[in-house]
Design a protein around this ligand. Structure first.
Ligand SMILES: CC(C)(COP(=O)(O)OP(=O)(O)OC[C@H]1O[C@@H](n2cnc3c(N)ncnc32)[C@H](O)[C@@H]1OP(=O)(O)O)[C@@H](O)C(=O)NCCC(=O)NCCS
Length: 310
């Protein structure tokens, strides 16, 4: 067993953040899946993130050799990765214990993501008595001829694209209501939104707003009923159904299918070959919408947490 020295902090300096990103990239190469998700990657370098970082170094040598990294956000959601060259030496177990220990991490973790649900993660979770508490499905489908044609929206609704500086507040309100029970997506703040919009993949032409044209406000605008934000890394042949949300007052009115189609048609016109998306395993309505739109399961991500008392 390697002796491990853990350092905990609410802010990482630039060199450590870069080392952690390099470790995460090595792990992604070895595992075929990213251990650290976009939100946690952004938190590594963000000045206003409320994430606690845990960095594992080779202890007794006093060297700054990084062995592993874990982080927990303010909602108790955690991620954990060990350098491929430092595995099976107890580093993962040590980081996992610290994540669930409020002496190390304020608030402590409620669950740890296992992206791709790799055998090593399953084994570590089982060894520590953790169980699957949430499943996130990655769904995908190939683009087919005809996908580039925009769908017809139900009567009384029209679509336009996002205008920076005008639509942020309305989008945040609908997002918070549509994702009220979703731990990460529902808590997005203006800063989080602006962080995402500052990324090189962001394109307002791929963020669609569906408005209720039967109601007109004092400024001549219409209430936002739903939105579909698509994502495509520059040059990528894969597009993503990034965030689809329908305001609760407009749910059950046949918007989900055409709303999904607005984004997939846009991505098809952008020339992507494949479209993917992430959806929670218990979101049966969304799963049904995406299956109807031709998406199939491609991978699964699992959150491991403590079993709840019966
Ligand atoms: C999962 C991961 C964090 C494990 O890190 P690690 O430092 O290799 O794990 P440890 O050495 O602390 O292992 C602790 C126990 O987990 C189990 N385990 C870990 N990896 C295993 C593997 N590849 N095969 C079988 N059992 C394994 C064993 O019971 C092990 O105890 P033992 O070595 O005494 O038998 C690492 O493989 C990783 O970074 N994977 C990619 C990211 C990821 O999946 N994170 C989610 C974590 S829930």
């Amino acid at each position: 067993m390697t002796s491990v020295r853990l350092e905990t902090s609410s802010h990482l300096d630039g060199t450590v953040a870069a080392d952690v990103l390099a470790l995460a990239a090595r792990a992604a190469d070895a595992d075929g899946v990213e251990a650290i998700s976009e939100a946690f990657r952004l938190a590594l370098t963000s000045a206003h993130g409320d994430v606690s970082h845990l960095v594992a170094y080779a202890g007794e040598s006093r060297s700054e050799d990084l062995l592993g990294y874990a982080a927990v956000d303010s909602g108790g959601s955690a991620e954990l990765v060990v350098d491929p060259d430092a595995r099976r030496q107890g580093v993962g177990r040590e980081l996992l214990h610290a994540l669930f220990d409020s002496d190390f991490v304020p608030g402590s973790a409620t669950g740890v993501w296992a992206h791709g649900d790799l055998p090593a993660a399953q084994a570590l979770a089982a060894a520590e008595g953790l169980v699957s508490t949430r499943e996130l499905h990655v769904m995908a489908r190939d683009v087919a001829p005809g996908d580039e044609v925009d769908p017809v929206l139900p009567e009384g609704f029209s679509a336009r694209t996002f205008e920076l500086g005008r639509d942020e507040q309305a989008w945040l309100e609908v997002n918070a209501l549509a994702f009220a029970t979703h731990p990460e997506q529902g808590s997005i703040t203006l800063e989080d939104l602006q962080d995402r919009m500052a990324q090189d993949w962001f394109d307002p032409a791929g963020l669609f707003l569906v408005e209720d044209t039967t109601v007109t406000d004092a400024d001549g605008g219409h209430p936002l009923a739903a939105s579909h934000w698509t994502k495509r890394e520059p040059g990528s042949r894969t597009g993503e159904v990034y965030v689809v949300g329908v305001h609760p007052a407009y749910q059950g009115r046949g918007l989900a299918g055409p709303l999904t189609g607005l984004g997939t048609a846009y991505l098809a016109r952008q020339g992507v070959d494949t479209i993917d998306l992430y959806v929670d395993g218990d979101n049966t309505r969304a799963l049904a919408t995406y299956r109807r739109a031709g998406f199939e399961d491609a991978a699964i991500h699992v959150v491991y947490g403590r079993p709840t008392a019966p």
